[in-house]
Design a binder for this molecule. Structure first.
Ligand SMILES: C[S@@+](CC[C@H](N)C(=O)[O-])C[C@H]1O[C@@H](n2cnc3c(N)ncnc32)[C@H](O)[C@@H]1O
Length: 375
């Protein structure tokens, strides 16, 4: 049954919020001030979720989405408005999380391209239902042959995978349900090839940021900050460092730590060390490196997955670095992990880098330095 709602504001994960008679309703793909019709599909005490079914009073900021799958697909959140609005919603989201720092200005670095940027896409399949694609609001798989946020080379291979149900052949010997991933990988000739992996962990071929243009801007920003703040001979640990992307042009001796399947070959200033940083003995294992001739770090670069680094405190108490740069793809983990360390470290600046245009996600970058009382 369709019900009328008035949208009051957008929440930090991009959902429109409507409040009436002590019931809060979340409706995706709406805008503040809009009058909409929506169908409730999930309900708990005082909270419900509804699916947009019509707009009787559209916002002046509404625009037609470019992707034909947008209304049904859960992958994107902001294609129904312009990019300036999207960035404003993202800034509001981080501001709400940063309530402990009401005075701290947030600098937003928007992307040049809002579509056609993702160099990888993971799709679910169900052989019995003969469907492969992304999820809709009911967590059902829907086909997305014309997905618009992936880059042209990945989009080309995606269409080829859908043509004549070719994907069914690719998963012929695989379980009934699973996932496939298309990803663009650099080749030796300086170009890139698109590869297909089936039922392998995300980014199995080695982690690379999904948005090459914005990754480069983030990398240059981190490096510039490092040149300003980190003395040349200071030792840096690049934790959750992947292939060393963020510190690749640092002048400092750097130890890049990640849970590698294959550890990269060391370069002049970067050494690579394989470690599960969520292991309860991770800090002890890093300390033990001293015996192997690795100096202790003066600065940390920390770029964890979405779950963040809950025991950041432990790393800081042990190494007492002069400062650290925290890069978080989940703003909630950013505030949760860093709130407990503020007696000893001061937040100097906060930035948003929009590595995930059209979606509710973004990267938060905080630079912290040690307070003088924490010698
Ligand atoms: C957000 S990515 C950042 C990678 C890198 N800093 C970059 O800019 O490309 C998070 C990284 O954490 C690594 N990772 C995930 N779980 C881990 C764990 N338990 N221990 C160590 N590294 C882990 C992943 O392999 C991935 O490289």
């Amino acid at each position: 049954m369709k019900i009328d709602f008035k949208i009051e504001h957008i929440d930090p994960i991009g959902q429109g919020v409507s409040k009436e008679n002590a019931t809060v309703t979340f409706i995706k793909k709406t805008l503040p001030g809009e009058m909409v019709e929506a169908v409730v599909f999930s309900k708990k005490k005082g909270v419900q979720f509804a699916h947009l079914a019509g707009i009787s009073g559209p916002s002046a900021d509404r625009k037609a989405p470019e992707c034909p799958h947008y209304q049904s697909c859960n992958g994107c959140d902001y294609q129904h408005t312009n990019y300036e609005k999207e960035l404003e919603f993202k800034k509001n989201a981080l501001t709400r999380h940063m309530f402990k720092f009401p005075e701290m200005p947030i600098t937003v670095h928007g992307a040049k391209r809002r579509l056609g940027y993702r160099n990888r896409i993971q799709l679910h399949y169900d052989k019995k239902k003969k469907v492969m694609g992304l999820m809709n609001y009911k967590n059902e798989i829907i086909p997305v042959p014309d997905c618009k946020i992936i880059d042209p080379s990945v989009a080309y291979e995606l269409r080829a995978l859908y043509a004549d149900n070719n994907w069914l052949r690719a998963v012929e010997k695989e379980p009934l349900k699973g996932h496939v991933e298309l990803y663009s990988k650099h080749n030796e000739a300086g170009g890139h090839n698109v590869k297909l992996s089936v039922n392998r962990p995300y980014a199995n071929g080695g982690f690379t940021q999904v948005n090459a243009e914005m990754n480069e801007r983030l990398r240059v920003f981190v490096q510039k900050k490092a040149e300003e703040m980190i003395p040349p001979k200071a030792v840096v640990y690049d934790l959750f460092g992947g292939n060393g992307n963020l510190t690749v042009k640092f002048r400092n001796p750097t130890l890049v730590v990640d849970k590698y399947r294959t550890t990269p070959t060391q370069t002049a200033h970067q050494k690579f060390f394989s470690l599960d940083l969520y292991d309860q003995d991770a800090v002890k294992k890093l300390i033990a490196l001293k015996a192997e001739g690795y100096p202790r770090p003066n600065w940390l670069i920390i770029d964890p997955p979405r779950s963040g680094l809950k025991n950041l405190n432990e790393f800081l108490n042990e190494f007492k670095p002069d400062g650290f740069i925290f890069i978080a793809c989940e703003a909630t983990s950013f505030t949760r992990d860093t709130l407990g360390i503020l007696n000893n470290y001061e937040l100097k600046s906060v930035e948003i880098f929009d590595l995930f245009p059209s979606t509710q996600h973004f990267e938060t970058i905080g630079i912290f330095t040690r307070r003088p009382n924490n010698a």
